[in-house]
Design a protein around this ligand. Structure first.
Ligand SMILES: [Zn+2]
Length: 257
């Protein structure tokens, strides 16, 4: 019903990868990988299961912009806490993602004007997830759509911090289909990373299995985001594994169409 493929903005700014990370222990960090190894052999894949197992949802009700923003910020806090541990384990620099909620498309973001056909975007330039809380979203806050959507956008943040997004952005694509094929791997990976986070905190959500089953059904086929069946596959694959090792879509031979 209100499911549109979330979009991702490209950015080729590499320098920001290292900003905000000059903390104690920095010298033990490894450089952010680039190139083919960033996609298929990224150290973030080997960081193990997500360790944070509790992320209680804040109370939320329909038609309450502030309340939904608060609900999303609660989940963002969990995502930042959980993924920070993964980056520490992978010895990669980490930076928090931020959230901005807006009422309608067309407003300026750190990357571009918020597009009409998107529900949420991740802007790598300012590491901000911009979420459009339009009427449609505000009238259906009880299911897990919001939870999945912000975890998906956070997946793009993970890709940005780990060099996956930069590599994706800097590649030359000869045809539109070449680009779409790479985009599908990127988006299906974000779905899987979202599933991994949801799976890791699942028992704390006290949700019936039908709520996750619903999430698996809400995608539509998209040339840049993949087939609905593949979205469902990668979301569930991450959910079961509870960690990013299951999410190497760039090495996958199937289920990336
Ligand atoms: Zn996306």
């Amino acid at each position: 019903m209100r499911v549109l493929p979330s979009m991702v903005f490209s950015s080729v700014l590499v320098s920001l990868l290292l900003t905000g990370t000059a903390a104690a222990g920095t010298e033990r960090l490894r450089p952010v990988p680039v190139g083919a190894a960033a996609l298929t052999a990224n150290p973030i894949y080997k960081a193990g299961e997500l360790k944070l197992d509790t992320c209680p949802e804040r109370p939320v009700r329909d038609d309450d912009f502030k309340g939904v923003t608060n609900y999303l910020n609660g989940i963002l806090h969990c995502l930042n806490t959980s993924w920070k541990r993964q980056f520490t384990a992978a010895k990669l620099p980490f930076a928090m993602a931020k959230l901005r909620t807006i009422r309608r498309s067309g407003v300026k973001t750190g990357c571009n004007t918020f597009p009409k056909d998107a529900q949420a975007i991740y802007c790598s330039k300012d590491k901000t997830i911009v979420f459009q809380l339009d009427k449609n979203v505000l009238t259906g806050t009880s299911d897990l759509f919001l939870f999945e959507a912000i975890a998906h956008e956070y997946g793009h943040h993970v890709q940005q911090l780990s060099g996956i997004m930069t590599t994706f952005d800097s590649r030359k694509y000869r045809t539109k289909e070449d680009y779409n094929a790479a985009s599908r791997r990127l988006e299906l990976q974000a779905d899987c990373l979202s599933g991994a986070f949801i799976g890791s905190v699942w028992s704390s959500l006290k949700r019936p299995a039908s709520d996750f089953a619903y999430l698996r059904r809400i995608a539509t086929n998209s040339p840049t985001h993949g087939k609905a069946a593949n979205y469902s596959y990668w979301l569930n694959r991450g959910f079961r594994a509870k960690g990013p090792d299951a999410c190497n879509t760039f090495a996958a031979r199937s289920r990336v169409s």
